[in-house]
Every structure is written in structure tokens, then in C-alpha cells.
Design a protein around this ligand. Sequence first.
Ligand code: NDP
Length: 452
Amino acid sequence: MAFDYDLFVIGGGSGGVRAARIAASEGGASVALAEESRMGGTCVIRGCVPKKLMVFAADFPTAMADARAYGWRLEAGGFDWPRFRTSLHEELARLEGIYRANLQRAGVSIFDQRATIEDAHTVVLADGRRVRARHILVATGGRPWLPEAATAAGALSSDALFDLDSLPRSLLIVGGGYIASEFASIYSGFGVEVTQFYRGQQILRGFDDEAREHVAGAMRARGVGLETETDVAAIDRVADGFRVTDSQGRVRVFEQVLYATGRAPNTGGLGLEAAGVALGPRGEVPVDAHSQTAVPSIHAVGDVTDRINLTPVAIREGEAFARTMFCATPRAADHDLVASAVFTRPEMGAVGLTEAEAAAQGPVEIYSAAFRPMHSSFARRDDRAMMKLVVRRVDRRVLGCHIVADGAGEMIQLAAIALKMGATKEDFDRTMAVHPTMAEELVTMKAPTRST
Ligand code: NDP
């Protein structure tokens, strides 16, 4: 059977691009990739990258207040959103160009259009062309999911946040996950009056309870109007924004409303089921440890598989797939002890088990410290950092590390190496402190705060 390509990748995001480049440049495979939107995918175009640049932009009011406390004479100024937005989009276009150039340099054929699957080896392009491939990789990512009432009222999803014409005066954010909480901090930093509704008891479900409490308290202290156990009962478009009735019956008008109520795998109309791949309950593509579906020639990586929905995970999955299939060096992505950071203000970094998860497995010792960092203390800012180690009593192994502090994302990356290597509390203790830093607290916590 003749094939046009060894590999056809659908989706030019983190996972798809990595797989295509490795298969072509290191595996010598003939590879094509189709992308219906912009090269780079969610992370580069409407996720991690623009989000982090907005985090940096939103940090300046605090930095300027700190600068004054440190003796700098500064003139008050305002934030020019359109100017920042222009620079932001120039940067995204630059990054998109790099992604495209890297694919071209590897010899990958690019189709800037939608592709769907017809059968185990056939892809149909939007312009009607049919392409036959030995292997097909689905790397179509995810898309925001909003309740119907929110869509009907015209509420925003995170996709729209990077293109707003102007900053709203007031913003309601619905949800308590990564995206809702990060944008609550960002817009609050821009000076927007932010209200955040979360239907449960505490935001950032799945993270360590003590760290969640700490983040939520600090977000409130910095001006985010966080309302827990509160949901939207009704939402209507009105002349000056959205009229929202909450679950307690209160009625308020917000200029803009953002729903960050989760993301769903992007599999609609892709043709997977007709090709023999039954989708999971959330529309995800079920795969084995090697990212192979029930149809041996069809694979899937990244958010579309709904395993751990993070860019670095998609990249590792894409790489493992390409090396296994085309480089004769089989491997599976390792989904154990994946660290992550939530870029709220303050930032949270986490790796391993939460206190509750570890305690459910057996006796633990908890080492936890909350303190005012030197930088904030001098600036008379009431910020407190939190460092926490969850230690298994039987063998002293550190099962979890949770940090809430400026730079927590940077710190947790390094702590993750120690945890991955199986470090014990004694390994942390015999590591000399770096002084004066916040992270030194991780190696100087002597007595357990509590144990079970
Ligand atoms: P999450 O699944 O993290 O959070 C969704 C939030 O919306 C939860 O608080 C959920 O509440 C709430 N929710 C869901 N349905 C409803 C509803 N019908 N009404 C009201 N509230 C609702 O999704 P996100 O969109 O925040 O993020 C998607 C994924 O993207 C994350 O899981 C993460 O993997 C990734 N991501 C990672 C980032 C990072 O690494 N820094 C940044 C941004 C995204 P409940 O808790 O009760 O279910």
C-alpha cells in the first residue's frame, strides 16, 4: 500500500510540533502537519505564553509601590492596554514564525487548513485533498468549555482575553481552577475591579488545602473579590454589561464576564469514531502508555487525550511517540511526579502528594512555614510566603512539596528534581541553605508542624 507520508500530524501545538520535528529530523520520516488556526497552538497563541506576559505586565503596580518603599522617586502613570496588546501580538507572531521555521527546517510539509480523519490511514484536508499516511497523530488539544447560558449571553472564554479592545472597569470571573484564578490576579493587577465566583468551598481544587487557603487569602488581600460557594444563577446581557444573579439571589452588573469553567478535548467532527476510535466520556481520545489508540495506526498526544493537561507533558508525549515509532528508541512519557505552577499572585508551585492524599496512604509528618519575606517586609507589604514538605514517616521520603511565594514556579522546578530522585527529609536537611533567600526555608524546617 502506497503512502504519501510516514506520519500525518493533526494539530500544530506543543505536542504535535514536537512529534513532527523529531520524527522528521531524527527519525528520517516523511512528515506532514495540518493546523487550522495558528502554529504554536494554545500554549503559544492563547495560553501559557501570552498569559505569562500578562502576568509580568500586571506585576508592575506592585513593583512600583515596592520601588517607592525602597527609596525610588516615581511618577504615577497608567497602564496603556492597547500599546501592551500590540507588543504582545508582535511577540506571539514572532514565536509563531519560529515554530513554523523549525518545522520547515526539519522538512515537515505544512498544511494551513483543517484536517479530518476518514479511515485508519486517510486524512481529508478542508480543500478536499486526500492524504494517505502510515501513521496519524491526533494532537488537536482542547478548547474552553462554557455552560450554555454563558455562551448564549455572550460571556467571554479565555480565548478572547488577549484581544479585548479595552480593559473593562469591572470583571466577573466564574470558576476556581488555574485559568480563573490566574486571570483574577492578572486583571486585578491591571486595576480592574475583579469579582471571582467559585461554586465550591475553596479555589484550586486538587492542590494542597493549606496552600489553597494561603493563596485565596493573599488574593483577597490584594483586592480580588473572591466569593466562594457562589455560582451564577442567571446571566443576561444589558446595555452596560451583564446583569448577573448569583446563587444567593444578589443581582449585580459587571462590564465583562469571563467563564473559566474548564476545557474539553478538541475532537468534534474529527472523524475518529468513524475510523474506529471510540471517544471517552469527555470526548477524549483513549490511548495506551505509548499514546496509541485502539486503531494501531492512529495515535494521540496532549490535551486531546485528557491525561495531564500541561504543555510540557504534551511535549514529552509527542517526543516519546516519535522516538518509539521512528527512532527505534521506544519510550513512554513519565506521568509521575509532574510539578506545576499556578501564576496567581502570589504564585503557587506544587509537586507530589497533597497532605490529605499522603495521609490517606499512611502516617506522615508535615513541615510547614509561613513567613513574611525580606523583600515584602522592607516594602511594608503584608505578603506571606509558604513552604511545605509532606514526609512519609515510615521511610522519611518527601512525598510532596508545596510553595506559595514570588517565584514559586521557579523553585518548584528544582524541588521536583529532588522528589523525583526520591529525596528524604534528611537529604533536604543536609543540604546547605542559600542565604538570604526564601527557598532556604525548605532546608531549615527542623521540627514537624504536625504528624499523623
Ligand atoms: P479547571 O478544570 O482547572 O477548572 C475549572 C473550574 O471551573 C473549576 O473550579 C470548576 O469547579 C469550575 N466549573 C466547572 N464547571 C462549572 C460550572 N458549570 N459552573 C461553575 N463552575 C464550574 O479548568 P481551567 O479551565 O482553569 O484549566 C484547564 C486546564 O488547563 C487545567 O486543568 C490545567 O491543566 C491547564 N492550565 C494550566 C495552567 C498552568 O499550568 N499554570 C494555566 C492554565 C491552564 P470544581 O472545582 O467545583 O469542579
